[in-house]
Design a protein around this ligand. Structure first.
Ligand SMILES: Cc1cc2nc3c(=O)[nH]c(=O)nc-3n(C[C@H](O)[C@H](O)[C@H](O)COP(=O)(O)OP(=O)(O)OC[C@H]3O[C@@H](n4cnc5c(N)ncnc54)[C@H](O)[C@@H]3O)c2cc1C
Length: 444
C-alpha cells in the first residue's frame, strides 16, 4: 500500500519536501495542506513585492504541485479544521512545514501602544495577506521607526519610501500603495542595537537602497568601525567589508534632489515607545559593543515618529500535539524527527533563519528519513481526510482552484504589474464558485 503523506504548509519547505519524496521514487500520495487558499507561503506573503525576481521561484513549486500523486488542500488550517492527532490517525506520515508565522514581541516600555507593529503583520499588510489586509497602519507622521538590522527591516524601510511609479509595477495591493503614497512620510529610521559590522543586511539588498528614485540613504561616518573583528572567517570578513564600503559610499551621497531619507542608526537600543495611547516617538539608549554584544551606556536620545515597526524575528504559536521550543520559536525536533511518523522542515524545524534555498536540504533530509523509517503504508490518507473536511463543512481549495485565482489575478493586474492579488477569502470563494457555475460549499 502506498504511503499516505500529509505536508502541512505550502511554502518553500513544504514543496521541497514533496519534490524530494517524489524524486526518491517513494510510492506515496502526498497531500499539501495550507491555511490559506493560495499556495507558496512567504514567497507570496513575505518576500517584498518589489522583488518579483525572487518570487519567480514559485514556478518550480507549481511544477511540483502538478505532479502525479500530489494534491493541494488550501483554506484548511491545522488546529482549527483538523488537529495534529487527527491528521496522524489518517496519514502514515505528517510533515510540519508551517513556518514561524508570528512576530516576536517588542520588549520595550509602551510596546502595546497604537502604531506599534510587528513585521509579520506589517509585511502581511503590504503583501495582501488575508489576515492582515485590515491592519490600516498609522502612517500619518513624517517619521517612521523600523527596529531591526536584517533584510526584513530593509524591505520595510525601502517600501515606505518607494515612489508610486516604483510601486505600480509590483503586486502590492492598491490599498497599501494608496496608504503609503498619501502619507506624509519623509524619514524612515532603521535602528540596530549593534554596529554596521554586525548588521545582517545582505550586500545586494543594502546597495539597492542607494538606487531608490526619491530617497537617499543617510549614515553617520563616525559609526564606521576602525577595524573589523579579526576572529571572523575570511568569508564573513569579506561580507562585512562589502557592507562597510557600501555604508561609506552612503555617507558620501549628496542628499540634494531627493525628497525622502532612510537613516541607518546604529548602536541604538529601543527602550520606550513615547506617547499617550499612540506612538509619538521612540526613546533609545546608546550602546557599545562588549564581547560582541550590545551593552547600554546610560545615554539616551528620542526621535519623533508616528509608527514603530519591529522586524526582530518570528516564532511559532502553540499547536496542540506539537512540542514547541519557546526560545527558538520552532518545533522541538531531532534533525527533522519530532515523533513516530511526525516530522518538521523549514522554519518550523530550524526557526526563522536562512534564505529560500536553505529549506531545500530539509526536504532532502526528511524524504530520506521517511524512506528509511516508514517503509510501509497502512493508513487511509486522502479519502478519509476529504471525508473529515466534508463532515466539518470545510470549503477547501484545490490546485486547479488556485490556478483560476492565479489567472484572474494576472488578468486584472495594473499596467506593468504582475498581478492584482485577491486579498479576501470570501472573494476567492465567490470567484471559484462563479467559475464552476455552482454555489457549493466544498471543492472536489
Ligand atoms: C518578510 C520576509 C522576506 C523574505 N525575503 C526573502 C528573500 O527576498 N529571499 C530569500 O531567499 N528569502 C527570503 N525570506 C525567507 C523565506 O521566505 C523563508 O526561508 C521561507 O519562506 C521559509 O519557508 P517555510 O516553508 O519554512 O515557511 P513559510 O514560507 O512561512 O510557509 C509556511 C506555510 O505554512 C502555512 N501555515 C502556517 N500555519 C498553518 C496552519 N496552522 N495550518 C496550515 N497551514 C499553515 C502558511 O500559510 C504558509 O503557507 C523572507 C522572509 C520574510 C519573513
Amino acid at each position: 500500500m502506498p504511503l499516505s503523506i500529509a505536508i502541512v504548509g505550502a511554502g518553500p519547505s513544504g514543496f521541497y519536501s514533496a519534490q524530494a519524496l517524489i524524486s526518491r521514487g517513494i510510492d506515496c500520495h502526498i497531500d499539501i495542506v495550507d491555511s490559506l487558499p493560495t499556495p507558496f507561503g512567504l514567497i507570496r506573503g513575505g518576500v517584498a513585492p518589489d522583488h518579483q525576481h525572487t518570487k519567480r521561484v514559485s514556478r518550480t513549486y507549481e511544477e511540483t504541485a502538478q505532479q502525479e500523486g500530489i494534491n493541494f488542500y488550501g483554506n484548511v488550517q491545522l488546529g482549527r479544521d483538523i488537529s495534529v492527532l487527527e491528521l496522524r490517525s489518517l496519514y502514515d506520515v505528517v510533515v510540519l512545514a508551517i513556518g514561524t508565522p508570528l512576530d516576536r514581541g517588542l520588549d520595550v516600555i509602551g510596546g502595546r501602544k497604537r502604531g506599534v507593529y510587528g513585521a509579520a503583520e506589517f509585511v502581511g499588510w503590504y503583501n495582501g495577506h488575508p489576515a492582515y489586509r485590515h491592519l490600516a497602519p498609522l502612517l500619518d507622521r513624517k517619521e517612521v521607526a523600523v527596529i531591526g538590522n536584517g533584510n526584513v527591516a530593509l524591505d520595510i524601510g525601502r517600501l515606505l519610501v518607494r515612489t508610486r511609479e516604483e510601486m505600480n509595477v509590483t503586486d502590492m495591493p492598491d490599498y497599501a500603495i494608496e496608504a503609503i503614497q498619501n502619507s506624509p512620510i519623509t524619514d524612515v529610521y532603521i535602528f540596530g542595537r549593534r554596529g554596521p559590522a554586525e548588521a545582517k543586511f545582505t550586500n545586494v539588498e543594502l546597495r539597492e537602497i542607494g538606487q531608490l528614485k526619491n530617497c537617499v540613504p543617510m549614515v553617520d561616518p563616525e559609526e564606521m568601525p576602525d577595524e573589523i573583528d579579526p576572529n571572523l572567517s575570511d568569508r564573513d570578513r569579506r561580507l562585512v567589508e562589502r557592507n562597510i564600503a557600501t555604508f561609506r559610499s552612503f555617507a558620501e551621497t549628496d542628499p540634494k534632489g531627493k525628497g525622502k531619507r532612510l537613516h541607518f542608526c546604529f548602536h541604538s537600543m529601543p527602550m520606550e515607545i513615547l506617547g499617550d495611547d499612540r506612538v509619538e516617538g521612540l526613546r533609545l539608549q546608546r550602546t557599545q559593543i562588549v564581547d560582541g554584544q550590545a551593552a547600554g551606556t546610560g545615554r539616551y536620545y528620542d526621535i519623533p515618529c508616528g509608527a514603530a515597526i519591529a522586524a526582530i524575528g518570528y516564532r511559532m504559536g502553540p499547536i496542540e500535539g506539537v512540542p514547541i521550543d519557546l526560545r527558538g520559536g520552532h518545533v522541538i525536533n531531532k534533525d527533522g524527527w519530532v515523533a513516530e511518523g511526525l516530522y518538521a522542515v523549514g522554519w518550523a524545524k530550524r526557526g526563522p533563519t536562512g534564505v529560500i534555498s536553505t529549506n531545500k536540504s530539509d526536504g532532502d533530509i526528511v524524504a530520506e528519513r521517511i524512506e528509511n523509517e516508514i517503509p510501509l503504508g497502512s493508513k487511509p490518507g486522502r479519502p478519509a481526510f476529504e471525508d473529515h473536511l466534508r463532515a466539518r463543512g470545510v470549503r477547501w481549495f484545490s490546485f486547479e482552484d488556485w490556478k483560476v485565482l492565479d489567472e484572474n489575478e494576472k488578468a486584472t493586474a495594473r499596467d506593468g504589474a504582475p498581478r492584482r492579488k485577491l486579498v479576501d477569502i470570501d472573494d476567492m470563494i465567490s470567484l471559484i464558485n462563479r467559475s464552476q457555475g455552482v454555489a457549493s460549499s466544498t471543492s472536489e
